[in-house]
Design a protein around this ligand. Structure first.
Ligand code: NAP
Length: 433
């Protein structure tokens, strides 16, 4: 029986879930996989805190360095989170010639170059299935199942919190603040939801997907991200009237003029498969040049789904010669030349535009004239029944237009005396259909 010594850093939500599965399914893994995962050491800030799992005190410590330097540890599993200490301790683990498994998307997005370089130099495995899409095996899908393909695009719903909030807004007509509160009460949103609702968490995951899908280094700062805090229940309702739903999409695609990568609220046709990914579910749709679209769907977070992905990595490592030097072609490819990501202002898109305007003659013509000046053409519109002299919504869909022209036109429109407040601008996607 092969024995793998595990050093676990962090016994929080995911660390606790991992401990639970590894202990309850120990026999199953031994019988089916021929491997015995021994949790040799655990580092946790407050070892005596009340928690669901109760590992023996003898393997607990508050000092993560003790764990990564322990000779009985073959694989360090980092489930602490954050980008500072987690970076230090993973680098130390690699220098100690330990293999590393992590679920830390923020760390890999922001410090991926240094970590993958050191893993490559030390010839150790670095595995991170749980960092994107929780329990969904999309990294393994990319690394193995789609290996014969050049990936052309990624369209993904990779933040369960925002997908849950947008689903509630769509189904019940709730506004953003109400839906966020509901998500917090149900445990789908943190007390401080900034990373999720501002699209940063999804951008972290997209940075990892782009690196491995397109093969090359990624500057996290080059990925544009826009969250859902400005989406109103009106926008959701108007989008519905046009036959669309609003989703927070992570998008990356190779175009004739370069690579696009961004996280944004997006109008998607309601018949699109991603438009039907609801509640806290995640989905990652990859287009391979040989396979066409392939979609991974499932639970993108939570202790057990995420720990399941961590265990998949542990099993992968256990099947290798863990003492020998590692040549991981995928990591080598992802350390290739930096991928030049186009600036958001140089993309082309269709747009949903929502204005609040004073209902008086000539307003629609005035807006159309400004859009026309910037060569933006209108494909559809909704204008509510007349309420002379009152503020009414005016919604326009555009044909494809350069983002810089839309921005310039909106700057002018927002200054018109008949326009109240700032325009809402949401990009539209056919998402590969
Ligand atoms: N939660 C999810 O559904 C999910 C899904 C995918 C990926 N992830 C990723 O998985 C990682 C862990 O997330 P989580 O939700 O399990 O977080 P968590 O519940 O906050 O767990 C982290 C644990 O690590 C402990 N810790 C912090 N610094 C430490 C240190 N220096 N030494 C030892 N222990 C330390 C924390 O203790 P204190 O609480 O006392 O600080 C906490 O118990 C993160 O990178 C996260 O992004 C999470």
């Amino acid at each position: 029986m092969k024995k793998i010594g595990i050093g676990l850093l962090g016994l929080g939500q995911i660390g606790g879930g991992l401990y639970e599965i590894l202990t309850t399914k120990r026999k199953q893994f031994e019988e089916q996989l021929g491997v015995s995962f021994e949790i040799a050491r655990i580092a946790e800030k407050y070892p005596n805190a009340r928690r669901k799992v109760r590992p023996p005190k003898s393997i607990m410590t508050t000092d993560a360095f003790e764990v990564v330097r322990d000779p009985s540890v073959d694989v360090v599993v980092e489930l602490i989170g954050g980008t500072s200490f987690a970076r230090t301790i993973i680098m130390e683990a690699l220098r100690e010639r330990k293999h590393v498994v992590t679920a830390n998307k923020a760390l890999l997005a922001e410090h991926g170059d240094a970590i993958f370089e050191l893993a490559h130099k030390m010839r150790r495995w670095i595995c991170f299935e749980a960092s994107v899409g929780g329990g969904i095996p999309c990294i393994k899908g990319l690394r193995e199942g789609l290996v014969a393909n050049n990936i052309e695009s990624v369209y993904a719903i990779i933040n369960g919190t925002t997908n849950y909030i947008l689903t509630q807004m769509t189904e019940s007509g709730a506004d953003f603040a109400q839906a966020l509160k509901g998500a917090q009460q149900k445990g789908y949103a943190e007390a401080d939801p900034t990373l999720d609702v501002e699209g940063i968490d999804a951008a972290h995951k997209l940075a990892i997907l782009v690196r491995f899908a397109f093969g090359g280094r990624v500057n996290f700062g080059d990925i544009y991200s826009e969250g859902i805090t400005r989406i109103s229940s009106d926008d959701i309702a108007f989008a519905k009237e046009f036959g669309y739903v609003i989703k927070l999409l992570a998008i990356a695609k190779k175009t004739k003029n370069g690579v696009e990568a961004r996280v944004q609220p997006t109008l998607l046709p309601k018949s699109h498969i991603l438009a039907n990914v609801n509640q806290s579910f995640n989905a990652v749709m990859l287009r391979g040049d040989e396979t066409g679209d392939v979609m991974f769907y499932g639970r993108g977070a939570g202790p057990h789904p995420t720990a399941s992905a961590v265990i998949a990595d542990l099993v992968d490592i256990s099947k290798k010669d863990i003492d020998g030097p590692v040549d991981d072609e995928t990591v080598i490819r992802a350390l290739g030349s930096r991928i030049a990501i186009k600036s958001i202002t140089s993309i082309l898109s269709r747009y949903y535009l929502r204005f609040y305007v004073i209902d008086r003659p000539g307003v629609l013509a005035g807006i159309a004239k400004i859009l026309g000046k910037y060569k933006v053409s209108i494909s559809d519109m909704i204008q509510r029944e007349r309420r002379a002299g009152k503020v009414v919504p005016l919604i326009l869909l555009t044909h494809e237009a350069p983002e810089k022209d839309i921005r310039a036109a909106i700057r002018v429109i927002d200054r018109q005396s008949f326009v109240k407040g700032k325009a809402q601008v949401i990009r539209m996607e056919e998402a590969g259909t």
